[in-house]
Design a protein around this ligand. Sequence first.
Ligand SMILES: [Zn+2]
Length: 326
Amino acid sequence: MPDKKRLYVADAHCDTITRLTSLEMALGCLEAAEGHLDFPRLCQRVKLQFMAFFLHQATPEQAWQHLRRLRRNLQIAMELHGGLELLLDWRQAGCGRNTQLVLAVEGLDLLDNAFGFAAPTEELYRLGFRSLGLFWNNNNFLGCGADALGEADTGLTAAGCDFIRYAEKRGFLLDLAHASAKSFWQAAALLRQPIFVSHACCAVLCPHRRNLTDEQLRALGQSGGWLGVTLAPAFLRGSTAENAADLDDVVRHIQHAVNVAGAEAVGLGSDFDGVENLPKGIVGVQSWPRLADALTAAGFKADVVERLLGGNLLKFLRRHGSEITQ
Ligand SMILES: [Zn+2]
């Protein structure tokens, strides 16, 4: 049984930022019992949390406006709360006393073909973003997202390939969650960094277009990559209904990902505040110890449970940091 007080949870995806559209709502993040995650609960339970900015707007200008508003509200809420810091150098992942936040973009629709991507990508870096998800489900100028199936899936555009080379050199972690199958494989071939998927589950257990096939899981593991198993019932059990999934489903997907990708390659990508219903037994960030118990009951050893809940992700990020600075 792992020591729960010492559990170093690291989670590669939540949508809590979408709740920060007004300053009033941002301040709500300071109070306990708000949504799946708020800062008091986060600081108690979690060492490192990716914060995804979902920027699917009508135009790139609107997406930038939205981003700046959310970023400003987050900054104010962080300063008022204390105990939180941005992770800006991957080599510092898991270091220090504070809970670290990683700023991530989910879907780079705000990069506009007409103006090129170098300047906006620099601006994202300056604003503290370090992880970039190329796609949400829709297509954008970088290529195809997860909604593109079969013949409609044309993979990455030439700009998408250029962007991957550029962003990788700049030190960004590139996230292939929400990529179409063809985009995933093209990106995997191009990337020098290991394959990173912040939130998905296993397609063989639940054939959802967002889940990874065993072939993808194997390639991810062989690249030294990492997958965050997500709590979205649609990906766990194919249904978004209340109580459609439970803790055992999360354990089954983790177990399968470990079997195919490797015990080092798996961790958490919750999707807190991004799904309406969570699996039965999980109500928010305070429920991570219950998942630790369920993994222990399923036969995982204490050190493996600790790695799955956070150790693997911290190690993966630190290694990414030392590789990009070489
Ligand atoms: Zn997502």
